[in-house]
Design a protein around this ligand. Sequence first.
Ligand SMILES: *[C@@H]1O[C@H](CO)[C@@H](O)[C@H](O)[C@H]1NC(C)=O
Ligand SMILES: *[C@@H]1O[C@H](CO)[C@@H](O)[C@H](O)[C@H]1NC(C)=O
Ligand SMILES: *[C@@H]1O[C@H](CO)[C@@H](O)[C@H](O)[C@H]1NC(C)=O
Ligand SMILES: *[C@@H]1O[C@H](CO)[C@@H](O)[C@H](O)[C@H]1NC(C)=O
Ligand SMILES: *[C@@H]1O[C@H](CO)[C@@H](O)[C@H](O)[C@H]1NC(C)=O
Length: 484
Amino acid sequence: MSLSLLDKIPAQLGLVALVVGIGFHAAVVEGAALKQDAGPENGATLLNHSMALVQRMEALLVQGNASDVTLRVQTTNSDEVKVIQAHGLVLSLQSDVFDELLQRRNSSTLVLSETPDCAALFDKFIRYLYCGDISVRLDQAIPLHKLASKYQVWSLQQGLTRYMTQHLSSDSPTGHVVNWYQYAVQLGDAALRDSCLQYLSWNLSSVMQSAEWGSISGELLLSLLQRSDLILQSELELYDALEAWIGQNQPSGLTAENALRSVRYGMIPPQQLFRLQKQSPLMLKYYESVRDLLFLAFQFHAASPIQLAKYFDVNCSIFTPRNYLSPAWGSPWVINNPTRDDRSFSFQTQLGPSGHDSAKRVTWNALFSPRWLPLSVRSTYTEHGAMQPTRIDNGRPRVIITPATSSPDFAGVGFQKTVIVAAKQQGKVVVRHVYNFHQSTEETGDFLVDADLQRRTSEYLIDSSLYLHIVVKPLYHSLIVSRK
Ligand SMILES: *[C@@H]1O[C@H](CO)[C@@H](O)[C@H](O)[C@H]1NC(C)=O
Ligand SMILES: *[C@@H]1O[C@H](CO)[C@@H](O)[C@H](O)[C@H]1NC(C)=O
Ligand SMILES: *[C@@H]1O[C@H](CO)[C@@H](O)[C@H](O)[C@H]1NC(C)=O
Ligand SMILES: *[C@@H]1O[C@H](CO)[C@@H](O)[C@H](O)[C@H]1NC(C)=O
Ligand SMILES: *[C@@H]1O[C@H](CO)[C@@H](O)[C@H](O)[C@H]1NC(C)=O
C-alpha cells in the first residue's frame, strides 16, 4: 500500500517554495506573492506538475546535487555504515529533530545510530521526507514507525498508525498483530493497542489456531482471558488453546495459575469438565489451584442457577458467557438483499449453560427491518399525511429478538442478545461490530449507522447479503452481580 500524504503535510507548502526556488529564481524574489491556498482562482486553469516536482526531488536525493549534509547511519552492534548525501533544508522542513541536530552540528557530517531494522529502512524514510509518499509492507510498519517517532515526522507516524489499524486482518505468514500489540504497549499508544486487542478478541478462533498464538506474552494472554467479548466456538476451545500455550511457553507457576483461574468453568458442560479433571495434564498439575472453581462449576451444573444463588454468595466471572459461536448459544443469520423488506427468522438455544437447563430449548423470533423509523421521526411523517409513501431514506436498520413463548423458567434470568456483524476489509470477511442489547438494537442507538446498505458497494454487503451471527447469553444477575 502507498501512503500519499502529499496534500496533508503542512511542510508541503515549504517544499513547493523550495523547488520553485531551485527552478525559477525570479519567482522567489517575489516570494511574498506565493499564494498559501493551492486551489485555482475563479476563471483560472490549474497547471499541475506535482508529479514532476516529486520526481525532481527524488533525483535531487539520488544524485545528491548541492548536498550540504552527509548522513552517516551506523548500525548498532555492526560495522555497517550507510552514507546518504542530503539537504539540510529538506530535513529541517520535515523534522524538528533534524532541525536541531543540524543547528548543533560542527561538521558537514551527521552521525546517526540506528537499530538494524531501522537502519535497513533509512533510505526509504529519507525518501519520504523528499517525496511525501512511501510504500509499506506489514513487516516494515514498526521500524518505519520507530523512525517517524524518533525524528518527529508526525504525518508519517500518523499515517503508519492508520495503516496498522486498517491492516490487522491482512495475511502474513507468521502473523503481525501480536508484534504490533507489543509495540503499541511499549510506545504507550493506547488507540493502536486497543485496536490490536479488539482484533485478537474478535478473531480468537483463528488466532488460537495460528502459529502466532504461541508467541503471545503472558501479559497479553491474561488480558485476553479477562474479556467477555471474545468471539470463539466455546470455552472448551479456549481451555485447549491455553493448555497448548502453557505447554509451549512454560510460564511461571503464578502465570499458569492466573490463566487457569480465568477460564469460565461454568460455561463448560459437566461431561467435559470430568474429562479435563482426569485427563488434562495441565489440570492434573494445577488441580489444587482451581479446585474451588471446579467445585463451584459442578454446583452450578447440579441445579437451577436460581437455586444456587439462594444459598451461596458468589460473585465471579465463571458464570458470565463470552460470545460463543457453537449452535447451543445462537445462530448465524445471512440476510440476502437486506434493504428489500422486513425479514423474520426463528432459531433455538439452550435455556442456559447449567447442566440443569442445557437440555431445555428456547425458541427465539428475530425480526430485521432495514428502514425502521424511530417514533419521533415517524410522527413528523404522518403530520404531512399526504406525503407519497416514497422510499423512506432516513429509516434505520433494526433487529428485534423475542422469545416465541414465555416460560416460568425465565424467572430471574436476563437474556442478553449479541449481534455480531461481519464486513469485508481488504477483501476479507472480518468481524466489524458487536452489538449487545436485551430486546431491540434500538437500545444501542448506533446499530449499523454507517453501514449504508443502500449502496451496492457497502463493505457490509458480502455477495449482496448481510452476515449476522446472533448469540443469546443467559445472565443470572443474582450470581453475577453482588448480592445486597
Ligand atoms: C496534481 O496532480 C496530482 C497527480 O498527478 C494529484 O494527485 C493532485 O491532486 C493534483 N493537484 C491538484 C491541486 O489538483
Ligand atoms: C545534478 O547534477 C547533474 C550534473 O551536474 C545534472 O546533470 C543533473 O540534472 C542534476 N540533477 C538535479 C536533480 O538537479
Ligand atoms: C563538536 O566537536 C567537538 C570537538 O571536535 C566534539 O567534542 C563535539 O562532540 C562535537 N559536537 C557535536 C554536536 O558533534
Ligand atoms: C481472522 O484472521 C485470519 C487470519 O489470521 C483471517 O484469515 C480471517 O479472515 C480473520 N477473520 C475474522 C473474522 O476477522
Ligand atoms: C463483584 O465482582 C465485581 C467484579 O469483579 C466487583 O467489582 C465487585 O466489587 C464484586 N462485589 C462483591 C460484593 O464482591
